[in-house]
Each structure stands twice: as structure tokens, then as C-alpha cells.
Write a protein that binds this ligand. Structure first.
Ligand SMILES: Cc1cc2nc3c(=O)[nH]c(=O)nc-3n(C[C@H](O)[C@H](O)[C@H](O)COP(=O)(O)OP(=O)(O)OC[C@H]3O[C@@H](n4cnc5c(N)ncnc54)[C@H](O)[C@@H]3O)c2cc1C
Length: 390
């Protein structure tokens, strides 16, 4: 029998079965048995949903960062099948691949966990990056979350004729364009999805190394180098250390350097951007050997010219200049939900738009926002599906 025919029927049947099994009439003991049974079925549903012949699910989540995982965890807890699409080859790439080694969560752990699974009590108050990644991995195992990796979404629109979202994906392994569809689409593509390097005259001519803060891991390899960090505030130095260039256009400092691992390079150790921002804004130096420079005017070869008319030679430039969001480039019909910059609009409900479109983690509320959005969206989806709409 052609899987095209039996897979949707199997999904429908299993979904109905799960609905019945989760009825409150069951006792605690029965519920425990049913829960394990449900997890088995959710896995089966995921496998069915992921088969190449069936690229349709009630819900599609785009992005496997903390917001996408929070939504997936809540949907799993409600036994609602979904597909989760991720453009990279790993979950939460901002944490697994694009952040510096000594990063810790800069908010206390009680504000950073995901729904239905608190951090282990053995974790410190400010969770280090490695432990946070382990926690996310455990979360995925617990809720049977299996993202489809290497699949950047390149286009999505609502097809009025069939009342479904069409989601086109470039499979970067096979180089093919795959088409998925769903009734409910959750965009969890992150506020920090694409590194932003501002236009600087002559940057192409820079003879040294240029990197965005997402590429910075530690000070290893920067020993004895003249390093310019753009976007980290104000600080003066006479030596060849890190120079912080202050620019009004810089809106966010996302990564920073760690002194312990930096060898002879003069770097500052900070756990989160607020610390740097506030210290610098008040004119308090982070370290006596670092220097604050005004905004960059232009670059020629190794020489960087600043707005005060002075210039200095550098070997490395690190742009800690934040991110942009590209979601609106591929997502059509989201104007009621997202502003031009890809952030959630405030009203009436910042996580829910028209035609079954949702967004998670785009309202500038950090990890606690990711948790709340995941819970709200999953509960709303449950209500929508039980009403048989949209
Ligand atoms: C260095 C750093 C430290 C932070 N520390 C904290 C903290 O301590 N506490 C706190 O509350 N917040 C913190 N934040 C802010 C925020 O909580 C994190 O950015 C968090 O990762 C946001 O999760 P997210 O899932 O919304 O976005 P992301 O983690 O950015 O995940 C988005 C996902 O979507 C994928 N994606 C994007 N576009 C596509 C596409 N077209 N197709 C398929 N997949 C796509 C991305 O690859 C990514 O996996 C920090 C941010 C940074 C940068």
C-alpha cells in the first residue's frame, strides 16, 4: 500500500487515540502507563511525520533553539504531533556553535529553564554554557524531540485554497527543495538569528582577521595580537591590548572575551553584555590596559581611522555588533505578527497571528519569554485543533 495513503490515516488514528487516553477520567496509575505508551506513540508519530512521503503535520516549528524546543516540549506533553525544521546540523546552534567558551547564563537559573522540566538542583545559580547544552539535550530526549536538520526554510506562505501553510525548505545535504505543509506554523527563528556586521568603508581592504562575535571562542590565538573589539564601549589603553570602539550605531553587545584564556592579550572577562554596557556607560574602566576609541571612520590595510581623526594599526577586528533577523524575507503574510525588523508586534497577542501563524521567542523576553511563548502557543494549538480549526 502506498504510504501516501496510509500515513495520514495512521497519524489521524493515533492522534485520536492519544486524545482518548489523556482523558481526566484515568487514575494516576493508569496515567503513568498511558504516559509511557503516549511517548512511544509520539515517537511513532514523529517518524511517520518525517517520512519523505509525508511532509505534512498539524504543526510545523521552524527553529530548534530554546524557543522551538520549549514549544516542541509542550506539544509533546499534549500529544500533538509536529515537525521541527532546523537550518543548521545541530540543535540550539547559538549555544552549541556560536558562543564563547566561558559563557554562563547571565540570569539566575529559575528564569532560564524550559517548560515542564526544571534545571537539576545540582546546577549552579548561573548555569555554564556546557551544562545548559546538556540540559537542552536531556530535554530533547525526555520529550522525544527530533528536529530535521540541515533544512533552512526559504519560503513560506498561507495557501487560502487548502487553509494550510506551505513551507519550502532547501535540503542542504541533497541540494533539493522540499515542500512541507501544516495547518499551524510556529516561527521560532530567534532574535539573534543572523550576525550583523555594519558597513565600514574600506573593511574589504583590512589585511588582518575579521570576525563576528559569534565566531569568538576564547583569547587563544590572540596572544600578542592587536585586537579591536567593535561595540563594547569605552576604555583607554596605552599598550597593544584590546581596544573597544564605541559607536552609536552599535545596539547590542552579545559576546565578550575572557581574561583567563587570553594569554598575553589584554581582554576583559564579562558574563553578559549588560555588565559591559553598564560599566562602560558609566565610564568605569573594565581593565587598566584596555582602551576606548570613538566610532570607526574607515579602514585602510591594517590601519583603522577613528572619528577623532586618529588612527591605529590592528591585526584582528571582532565585531560585537549584534544581529539582524531575516525571517520576513521568507515568511509571507506575517505583517500582523512581526514588525519590519522581525520582532513580535506587541498587540493584541504578541505570539499569535492570523491563519494559524505563531511566533515564539521574538518579543525580547529572553529565555523566560521562550518558556511562556511555548506554553501559550501549545495550549492555544490544542484548543484550535480540538475545535477543528482553522
Ligand atoms: C551570547 C548570548 C547569551 C544569552 N544569554 C541569555 C541568558 O542568560 N538568559 C536569557 O534569558 N537570555 C539569554 N540570551 C538571549 C536568548 O535567550 C537566546 O538568544 C536564546 O537562544 C533565544 O532562543 P531562540 O530559540 O528564540 O533563538 P535561537 O537560539 O537563535 O534559535 C533560533 C533557531 O532558529 C533557526 N533558524 C533561523 N532561521 C531559520 C530558517 N530560515 N530555517 C530553519 N531554521 C532557522 C536557527 O538556526 C536557530 O537554531 C542570550 C543570547 C546570546 C546571544
Amino acid at each position: 500500500m502506498n504510504p501516501k495513503h496510509w500515513v495520514p490515516i495512521a497519524i489521524e488514528t493515533l492522534t485520536q487515540l492519544l486524545e482518548i487516553l489523556h482523558h481526566p477520567v484515568f487514575t494516576h496509575w493508569e496515567y503513568a502507563c498511558i504516559s509511557s505508551y503516549s511517548q512511544l506513540h509520539i515517537s511513532l508519530l514523529s517518524v511517520l511525520s518525517m517520512s519523505p512521503e509525508n511532509r505534512e503535520a498539524p504543526v510545523i516549528i521552524v527553529g530548534s533553539g530554546p524557543s522551538g524546543l520549549a514549544t516542541a516540549g509542550c506539544l509533546s506533553a499534549l500529544s500533538i504531533p509536529y515537525i521541527i525544521l532546523e537550518r543548521e546540523d545541530n540543535f540550539a546552534p547559538l549555544w552549541t556553535q556560536k558562543s564563547y567558551d566561558c559563557l554562563h547564563l547571565h540570569l539566575k537559573k529559575q528564569f532560564c529553564d524550559l517548560p515542564h522540566m526544571p534545571f537539576p538542583s545540582s546546577f549552579p545559580t548561573y548555569v555554564p554554557r556546557k551544562q545548559y547544552i546538556q540540559y537542552l539535550q536531556d530535554y530533547m530526549v525526555h520529550f522525544n524531540i527530533s528536529p530535521l536538520y540541515n533544512r533552512p526554510v526559504i519560503e513560506s506562505f498561507h495557501d487560502e485554497a487548502v487553509s494550510k501553510w506551505i513551507v519550502k525548505v532547501k535540503n542542504v545535504i541533497s541540494d533539493e527543495v522540499e515542500e512541507y505543509s501544516c495547518r499551524l506554523l510556529v516561527v521560532a527563528t530567534g532574535e539573534s538569528s543572523d550576525p550583523l556586521i555594519p558597513e565600514v568603508e574600506g573593511l574589504d581592504s583590512f589585511a588582518g582577521r575579521v570576525m563576528h562575535s559569534t565566531e569568538y571562542k576564547s583569547g587563544k590565538g590572540l596572544e600578542d595580537k592587536r585586537v579591536l573589539v567593535v561595540g563594547a564601549g569605552t576604555y583607554i589603553d596605552e599598550g597593544d591590548g584590546i581596544h573597544w570602539a564605541n559607536d552609536d550605531d552599535v545596539f547590542e553587545i552579545t559576546n565578550s572575551c575572557d581574561r583567563q584564556n587570553s594569554g598575553d592579550a589584554k581582554l576583559a572577562c564579562v558574563w553578559g553584555f549588560e555588565q559591559v554596557w553598564y560599566q562602560e556607560a558609566r565610564g568605569r574602566p573594565l581593565h587598566n590596559e584596555d582602551e576606548v576609541l570613538p566610532g570607526i571612520e574607515r579602514i585602510r590595510g591594517n590601519e583603522v581611522f577613528f572619528k577623532d581623526g586618529k588612527s591605529h594599526p590592528f591585526d584582528v577586528i571582532i565585531f560585537a555588533t549584534g544581529f539582524k533577523r531575516t525571517t520576513k524575507m521568507w515568511l509571507k503574510g506575517s505583517d500582523d505578527l512581526l514588525d519590519n525588523d522581525g520582532f513580535a508586534k506587541p498587540c493584541p497577542s504578541y505570539w499569535k497571528g492570523k491563519n494559524g501563524l505563531y511566533c515564539a521567542g521574538l518579543a525580547r523576553r529572553g529565555l523566560s519569554g521562550a518558556k511562556m511563548d511555548g506554553m501559550n502557543i501549545a495550549n492555544d494549538i490544542k484548543a484550535m485543533l480540538s475545535q477543528g480549526c482553522p
